[in-house]
Design a protein around this ligand. Structure first.
Ligand code: FES
Length: 105
């Protein structure tokens, strides 16, 4: 309990700390950090998709509509459903930010 882990977003070299009980996306936002696109925050849109390159973690329920079994087998997870169990290194995978903007326009 109360453990803190260091999270590195490799794409932009951003590092932030994450408490064991907080999902990664929330921790990043709480610290005012950027790097992972933020969407629904609830595991349903797939915008926050990342690949865990290094480290241990667990996830909560993720929508199969935005994360295929193949992706999951590949270490790809939704950051808003991701809980660190050690220090982590990530790469951003979600490429839906542009698509969302287009929908609004
Ligand atoms: S922000 Fe929508 S799935 Fe994570």
């Amino acid at each position: 309990m109360g453990d803190r882990f260091s999270v590195l977003i490799q794409d932009c070299d951003v590092r932030f700390s994450c408490e064991a009980g907080d999902n990664l996306l929330r921790s990043m936002e709480a610290l005012g950090r950027r790097g992972i696109p933020v969407g629904c925050r609830g595991g349903g849109c797939g915008v926050c998709k990342v690949r865990v390159v290094e480290g241990r973690f667990h996830t909560r329920k993720m929508s199969r509509a935005c994360l295929s079994e193949q992706e999951e087998a590949d270490g790809v997870v939704l950051a808003c459903r991701l809980f660190a169990e050690s220090d982590l290194s990530l790469q951003v995978v979600g490429k839906m930010v542009k698509a969302l903007r287009t929908e609004q326009g």
